[in-house]
Design a protein around this ligand. Structure first.
Ligand SMILES: *[C@@H]1O[C@H](CO)[C@@H](O)[C@H](O)[C@H]1NC(C)=O
Ligand SMILES: *[C@@H]1O[C@H](CO)[C@@H](O)[C@H](O)[C@H]1NC(C)=O
Length: 282
């Protein structure tokens, strides 16, 4: 009995550790020549950027649907010109992609959270937001819920954007191409900050962004043509049919009313020939 309890407690502890993720096990550093570092026995990852290069990493696993969390602490101080990208993407010219991109700014000026969704190689679905906190002072959780019904981007549990499955209305939805999770820190001072007006101040380099708390426990891992979700009947896969409830709808409205600074669906100048079809459906 006591032994069983101890075993249970150990199992619970092991599960808690596994849920926190381990960067050594979960990711490959893909570029940056030593500028990306995995620290604290795999609990922390840092990317850095200097005048010579940025850096980046990619998940070892591929996913076909998932609820994936990561905590990021963005480049502090004068981060103008830098972009920290955090996204899911498949490969090829008809790829699918779900993007968070953080556009840096001068000290004290707000970062922009830039989002986009590509289906079958077609993006042009930008929405941009200010955040309701300083994303450089502490870690905050950025989540992607991707299931067959919907894609929901959230910040600290607050949904900021939803892209619904409107395949029945002829709009492509990502559902058959597995995606990797990527992140990178790079120089984009030709466009990132105030449309490219403010350049990267290399005297501030190296610029560093930090990552912790990766959680893909609720994700379907795609491997050799099959999904971990179809085999594990005991797994809790309720997220696979989750969509925004009333509270979620209210919160997304709050974010969009108070913090959204660009919405492609409201850019009449850009889409003078007519808005993309999802704009009138979602
Ligand atoms: C940077 O700050 C300026 C001034 O507040 C603001 O207009 C801009 O949207 C901010 N963000 C970026 C990434 O340019
Ligand atoms: C399944 O997961 C959801 C959240 O993803 C949670 O609310 C629910 O309580 C879980 N159910 C069980 C039986 O663990």
């Amino acid at each position: 009995m006591a032994a069983a309890l101890v075993a249970l407690a150990l199992l619970a502890a092991a599960t808690a550790v596994a849920a926190a993720g381990n960067f050594n096990q979960d990711f490959d550093i893909t570029w940056g020549d030593g500028r990306a570092k995995i620290l604290n026995s795999g609990q922390l990852l840092t990317l850095s950027l200097d005048k010579t290069s940025g850096s980046g990493f990619r998940s070892k696993k591929q996913y076909l649907f998932g609820k994936i969390d990561m905590q990021l602490k963005l480049v502090p101080g004068n981060s103008a010109g830098t972009v920290t990208a955090y996204y899911l993407s498949s490969l090829g010219s008809a790829h699918d992609e779900i993007d968070f991109e953080f556009l840096g700014n001068l000290s004290g000026d707000p970062y922009i959270l830039h989002t986009n969704i590509f289906t079958q190689g077609k993006g042009n679905r930008e929405q941009q937001f200010y955040l309701w906190f300083d994303p450089t002072k502490a870690f905050h959780t950025y989540s992607i819920l991707w299931n067959p019904r919907s894609i929901i981007l959230s910040v600290d549990g607050t949904p900021i954007r939803e892209f619904k499955n409107l395949e029945s209305k002829g709009i492509a939805f990502p559902k058959s191409q597995a995606m990797w999770l990527y992140s990178s820190l790079w120089n984009a001072d030709d466009w990132a900050t105030r449309g490219g007006l403010v350049k990267t101040d290399w005297a501030q380099a190296p610029f560093t962004a930090s990552y912790q708390g990766f959680d893909d426990a609720h994700a379907c891992v795609w491997s050799s043509g099959s999904s971990s979700c179809s085999s594990s009947s005991s797994a809790n896969n309720s997220w696979l049919s989750e969509s925004l409830d009333n509270t979620g709808q209210q919160r997304i409205k709050w974010v969009q009313k108070n913090y959204m600074i660009y919405n492609y669906c409201a850019d009449a100048k850009r889409f003078s020939q007519g808005f993309p079809p999802e704009c009138s459906l979602s």
